[in-house]
Design a protein. Structure first.
Length: 367
């Protein structure tokens, strides 16, 4: 069952809740996780996006979340931020924090997406979006800009690219190290490439490779924790690794969590971090059993906190997730944060993205 786009949990009708209680178990037609849902604390999504445009295929993949303290304009519509989400068969969606589509960029085979603040182009601070791009003839990282001060038909717009020798770009994430913006690319075969991204005199992107290493086998999800100078990467059939974010640390790493029943079940997919006051968390997609393990990462070493799963409610549950993204603090209608999660099998139409209130996850896990 779907909740009307733009509605939040408090606005769901009693009839919708009753109907949701009768929802049937999803069958994962994409085969990712085979529809099995393992043990975990139960939460429900409160709203969702429309289905991505590519029907009948494994298409929706990875989101990124940006929140603004003041209203911004996207394609003439006012919003307090947005969610970028990839359709890896056709391009990039920009969604409002209520799930509606604000913009679509038909950019080709974009897989993972992330965004970062901290670069100024032609005298104006910009939000930079980057996406791993598997489109033949332009494989690498495609870059986009959004001007928070823009008006009218202000939109996310193409900016340039980071060229790479990676044959099939897969995972991608941004990070900040001091004043530097770092771009981390993970290849399908386990290649790790790290770049420093800057702006040249003409206002175009400039990149410099500062690390190359081999993870070992197929890998994708990555997320950085700048406060501890850590980089986390999921090697899909091996487990969760912690690298140093400092490129000088090279290939040195620590296995945080091996693939294991009822903890992290292959494929180990997306990763995201969330700051909640003085606490910071890492959330992973355990795709093999459609759950989401959580670690606290603000200490000397990551500490496992438990797992959650997203079950049927006013919005249908989530299975077989590839990517996810989180933001803490006020994010539009979410006063303390939101986690946006790709759903492999939507109840109506094709794949999409679902929004879960961080307060519900925190409550369910007793954080």
């Amino acid at each position: 069952m779907k909740v009307k786009l733009g509605a939040v949990w408090s606005g769901i009708s009693i009839s919708a809740l009753l109907l949701a209680a009768c929802a049937t178990h999803e069958v994962d037609f994409q085969g990712e996780g085979e529809g099995f849902v393992g043990p975990g604390a139960e939460v429900q999504a409160v709203l969702e996006t429309p289905s991505v445009g590519t029907a009948g295929q494994d298409a929706a993949d990875d989101p990124a979340v940006w929140a603004s303290s003041t209203p911004v304009t996207v394609m003439g519509q006012t919003t307090l931020g947005f969610v970028a989400g990839t359709d890896k068969k056709s391009g990039l969606y920009i969604y409002g924090l209520d799930g509606r589509i604000l913009q679509f960029l038909p950019e080709g085979l974009l897989n993972n997406v992330d965004l970062v603040e901290g670069l100024t182009v032609e005298g104006r601070p910009q939000i930079v979006l980057g996406a791993s791009d598997r489109t033949p003839g332009k494989t690498g990282v495609s870059l986009y800009l959004f001007d928070p001060a823009g008006t009218g038909d202000n939109r996310v717009r193409p900016w340039g690219a980071i060229a790479t020798d990676v044959v099939e770009p897969y995972g991608f994430c941004f990070a900040r190290r001091g004043d530097e913006v770092h771009a981390i690319l993970v290849g399908h075969e386990g290649e790790l490439r790290q770049f420093i991204l800057s702006v040249d005199a003409a206002g175009r992107p400039a990149s410099r490779e500062v690390r190359r290493a081999e993870i070992g086998s197929i890998s994708e999800g990555c997320a950085a924790d700048e406060a501890t100078d850590a980089l986390y990467i999921n090697e899909e059939n091996v487990g969760l690794w912690r690298y140093g974010l400092n490129p000088a640390t090279g290939a040195a790493r620590t296995l945080v969590q091996p693939i294991a029943k009822d903890r992290l079940v292959a494929d180990a997919e997306g990763l995201t971090t969330l700051t909640d006051g003085d606490k910071r968390y890492l959330i992973a997609s355990s795709q093999g059993d459609s759950t989401f393990p959580v670690w606290r990462i603000d200490g000397a070493a990551p500490e496992y906190q438990g797992r959650f799963k997203v079950v049927d409610g006013a919005v249908d549950g989530i299975t077989g997730t590839d990517g996810l993204a989180a933001a803490g603090g006020a994010v539009g209608p979410f006063p303390e944060g939101v986690v946006v999660i790709q759903d492999d099998v939507n109840d109506v139409g094709t794949q999409n993205f679902k929004y879960v209130d961080w307060r519900d996850i925190r409550r369910a896990l007793g954080l």
